[in-house]
Design a protein around this ligand. Structure first.
Ligand code: LMR
Length: 401
């Protein structure tokens, strides 16, 4: 009965890792998936995470019982606090429904399912052009209608602020708008604080429902508060909104699938009812989330010493990425690569949106064994100082042949 099932195409991001693994060239370089690597090219387990795990293992009260459908309560409370800030009115007034999710993707999906079931104002979801490749599929699979708004301007390799605001102001009343909280993926281009204010005004003018995707808090600038500023601007302005948080990057808990979904409502009673429905969505999809990763996060966020240590390690990762930007830029100058590469320095977060075309990316991969996504995105977090020269040569060859 399954003979007619067609082969699925490779995933735009995770498919790149499969290609990398299958390659046996010694120079191969995986700049596809956004996963942090050390200077030695190795995955990093943060010391704060190791210590939290040690404590978990040493605790005789730990067991493997089910969590509630909404996950670990402490984890949910602390995650909301991390995003909205300690003095947040939303938290004080109990206007948030926060549940544990399966990292960012799972939190977005539960949020999308919830909207599909209960948000009646509009079934349209607006995503930026470009955006993380999975956004479209997640919301389409929830039965929502995905449309796009302008975000990136090729000519300036910066934000198309006017285009973005124009599109939001022309959006269907009440549509959901996906906003990257910081370190926009894939472009590494974020609005300035003034531009965020303008975006907020545009959102208000059409009564849009903001849905923040926060996958890089602390990872973009090294400062948790700064990276949470856009979320807080909207929440403090009294808007109802959704927020998906991921701890994949900022705690290096990629495979543990730890995240949170918050829905901010107009009053505490509504938040309670929303929470009950979010739990139902979770129950129907996967019943309840896994414990281990959330327990690690809860320990780190609740222990001042571990929290301080995490912040130092987070800053260390962010700084290494910033130094990679400089080193790659310098290497491009050194090999005499034609063109203006200053955007590599200006973009922030894990990725650089190089501007390489599909044909150039194919040359990077086929000839130089540099694995990157077809849209020209490279993960700066996967690069090391020792590989900058090689990468610069590959880029030069790709733009000149
Ligand atoms: C990425 O954009 O590379 C990451 O968010 C990993 C993923 O799941 O796509």
């Amino acid at each position: 009965v399954f003979e007619a099932v067609p082969q699925a195409p490779p995933d735009a991001i995770l498919g790149i890792t499969e290609g990398f693994k299958a390659c046996d060239n010694p120079n191969k370089l995986n700049l596809g998936v956004g996963a942090y690597r050390t200077e030695e090219g190795k995955p990093l387990v943060l010391r704060a995470v190791r210590e939290a795990e040690r404590r978990l293992l040493a605790d005789p009260k730990q067991d493997h019982e089910y969590l509630n459908m909404g996950g670990l309560p402490d984890f949910c409370r602390l995650s909301a606090q991390l995003a909205f800030g300690e003095g947040s009115a939303v938290l004080k007034e109990g206007r948030n429904a926060t549940i544990q999710g399966l990292s960012g993707t799972g939190s977005l999906r539960v949020g999308g399912e919830f909207l599909s079931r209960f948000y009646t104002r509009s079934k349209v979801v607006l995503i930026p052009t470009p955006t993380w490749a999975n956004h479209r599929f997640i919301f389409e699979k929830c039965g929502l209608e995905v449309r796009q708004y302008r975000y990136f301007k090729q000519e300036t390799r910066g934000l198309d602020y006017e285009g973005m605001v124009e599109d939001l102001k022309a959006a269907p009343e009440g549509a959901t708008v996906i906003l990257h909280a910081c370190a926009h993926n894939p472009t590494g281009v974020d609005p300035t604080p003034e531009q965020w204010q303008g975006i907020l005004d545009a959102v208000r003018s059409r009564s849009l429902l903001p849905f923040f995707d926060s996958a890089y808090q602390g990872f973009a600038s090294g400062d948790l508060d700064r990276d949470g500023a856009a979320i807080r601007l909207f929440a403090d302005a009294g808007l109802e909104l959704l927020l998906a948080q991921s701890y994949a990057k900022n705690m290096g808990l990629y495979g543990e699938r730890v995240g949170a979904l918050s829905v901010v409502t107009s009053d505490a009673a509504a938040a309670k009812r929303v929470e009950s429905q979010l739990k139902m969505v979770a129950r129907h999809m996967y019943s309840n989330p896994p414990k281990h990763g959330a327990a690690i996060v809860a320990i780190i966020l609740s222990d001042p010493e571990l929290f301080a240590q995490w912040k130092v390690e987070l800053k260390g990762m962010a700084d290494r990425i910033i130094s990679m930007r400089q080193q790659l830029f310098d290497a491009l100058q050194q090999v005499g690569c034609p063109g203006d590469w200053s955007h590599i320095l200006k973009q922030i977060g894990m990725f650089s949106y190089t501007g390489l075309t599909k044909a150039q990316v194919e040359n990077m991969t086929n000839k130089w064994h540099v694995y990157m996504t077809m849209d020209g995105r490279i993960s700066m977090a996967g690069l090391s100082g020792a590989k900058c020269g090689y990468l610069a040569e590959a880029i030069k060859d790709s733009v000149t042949t």
